[in-house]
Write a protein that binds this ligand. Structure first.
Ligand code: ADP
Length: 483
């Protein structure tokens, strides 16, 4: 089975969120099952820098307005292809936004080019290699199946994965002629969505199969509350839509072997966790106190994440002798609010604004609990890292959070299956009750130790889900052979 992944991010080369972790890890898990996977991403400056020398596969004199090269490199086991189009990707700033924080004005061309390239490989192949399946991720690659279905002759089948339906790649209709698509694709069967050009909509309408990253989110996005306008399209395509849970890269995220940590530990030898807590408190300027309940957040500060309901509760966390650390960035107002709260509670509350991969590891390892009060969460990875590192997850009951954490209610505790705390409705009141339960559980050392250990023993790797993806690819390839 040959599969081409196409995406706008891939850990450790470029990452703004969970998409990168998935695109960096799932291909390796699939390769471990005998699948021949290549990954295509844009050659942003950070990617080129980290890759160094590459093999040139192909040259394009004019790809969406400039010269481009397709390059290849084996990178930590990933068979990687990068689209090196300096006029599209070689600039300072983020993958999607300029240094001033605004979206790049030519994002439609930047990601149409990426999608076109994936379709070209899915149709003609490259280097004598043609995939059976092109697996595209999120709106940036939503045009891939649209381009492919406009090609004649043998071509790859398509899977399109929704990592977050709130990001849709919606552009002015005046951009349509720049995409190189036939006019009929600007229609309700194509990319047109409420008189605009919708990249996500294009992927949803045209891919052979759709997936999203948890079974609960697969149901939620068919409702008006969670569908962000796409619920109608998704209801129409319900038979093609599958929810497959994300996993974590167990080689990177393992407290036994994580070289970033102050001390290794595991579910069966948990002693090292205390040392990580001590070091974290020291780094953050928190009071050295092995017994204080240390609660953490590692997150983008976006409306989705519900972190606007937490600030009013932190006073009482500190008053109860608890500690709190937040690592995150995003909404400027929230960044400032959290900074102010930290300034008012030195020694108890620490806030780090920014993106810091090593600090994220130290926090998962040193914290007792991790809070994820998301309004919606397609899968969520931080609760999985929390489980693995023994930071007990306190999560809103939505999407992948609902699917991966078992609430410590009376029955679940008695039956020995609880792994965290769930609460419903993202309000300060509901989160406040969840925090009360957290303090109570933490005070009961025996129950707490068992809860934490159970979480650390959960299977959160890619094995099961990679098998599910492989089954999906096989069903597509078998059906095209039969047809
Ligand atoms: P999303 O993709 O919506 O941001 P996920 O939970 O799926 O949420 O993935 C978030 C990923 O980004 C995790 O790997 C988490 O550790 C990481 N992350 C989020 N914020 C930060 C930050 N400020 N610094 C370091 N890592 C972060």
């Amino acid at each position: 089975m040959r599969v081409l992944f196409v995406a706008s991010e891939c850990f450790p080369l470029v990452k703004t969120g969970g998409l990168a972790d998935v695109v960096g890890a799932l291909p390796l898990a699939l390769a471990g099952k005998g699948c021949d996977v290549r990954v295509l991403i844009p050659a942003y400056p950070s990617v080129k820098e980290k890759l160094g020398e590459t093999e040139e596969l192909y040259y394009y004199a004019d790809l969406f307005g400039g010269m481009a090269w397709l390059r290849r490199k084996d990178f930590g086991g990933l068979d990687l292809m990068v689209l090196d189009a300096p006029h599209l990707y070689e600039r300072d700033g983020g993958p999607y936004t300029a240094p001033d924080g605004n979206d790049w004005g030519d994002n439609h061309r930047r990601f149409a080019a990426l999608s076109w390239m994936a379709a070209e490989i899915g149709h003609l192949g490259i280097d004598g290699w043609r995939p059976d399946v092109v697996h595209a991720h999120d709106w940036q690659t939503g045009l891939t199946p649209i381009y492919l279905r406009n090609r004649h002759g043998a071509r790859a089948r398509t899977v399109f994965t929704i990592h977050n339906i709130a990001y849709q790649g919606s552009f002015d209709p005046a951009t349509f002629p720049e995409l190189g698509l036939p006019g009929h694709e600007f229609s309700h069967d194509g990319v047109e969505f409420y008189h605009r050009v919708g990249f996500l909509k294009g992927g949803l309408i045209s891919a052979d199969r759709l997936t999203t990253v948890s079974p609960t989110y697969a149901r939620e996005i068919r409702t008006a509350e969670f569908g962000y306008g796409m619920e109608g399209v998704l209801r129409m395509r319900a038979d093609a839509l599958h929810g497959i849970l994300n996993g974590v890269d167990e080689k990177i995220w393992d407290p036994k072997t994580d070289r970033l940590l102050a001390a290794p530990y595991s579910a069966f030898k948990p002693e090292g966790k205390a040392e990580n807590k001590r070091v974290l408190q020291e780094i953050l300027g928190l009071k050295a106190d092995p017994d204080a309940l240390l609660i953490s957040v590692v997150s983008r500060l976006a409306y989705q994440k519900g972190l606007d309901v937490l600030p009013g509760l932190l006073e009482s966390v500190a008053a109860r002798g608890g500690q709190f650390v937040m690592l995150g960035s995003g909404d400027r107002h929230l960044e400032n609010l959290y900074r102010e709260i930290a300034a008012q509670h030195p020694g108890s509350i620490a806030v780090r604004i920014g993106y810091d991969e090593p600090l994220a590891h130290w926090i998962y390892a040193g914290a007792d609990a991790i809070l994820i009060p998301s309004r919606f969460e397609p899968c969520g990875l931080t609760q999985l890292y929390g489980l693995r590192y023994g930071a007990v997850p306190v999560v809103a009951r939505t999407g992948g959070l609902a699917d991966t954490i078992i609430d410590a209610n009376e029955v679940a505790l008695r039956d020995g299956v609880a792994t965290g705390i769930q609460f419903a409705h993202v309000t300060a009141e509901a989160l406040g009750f969840a925090l009360e339960r957290l303090f109570e559980l933490y005070a009961d050392k025996e129950t707490w130790t068992a809860l934490r250990k159970r979480g650390m023993c959960q299977q959160v790797g890619w094995d099961r889900s990679a098998e599910d993806y492989l089954d999906l690819y096989r069903s597509l390839v078998d059906s095209s052979a039969a047809g």
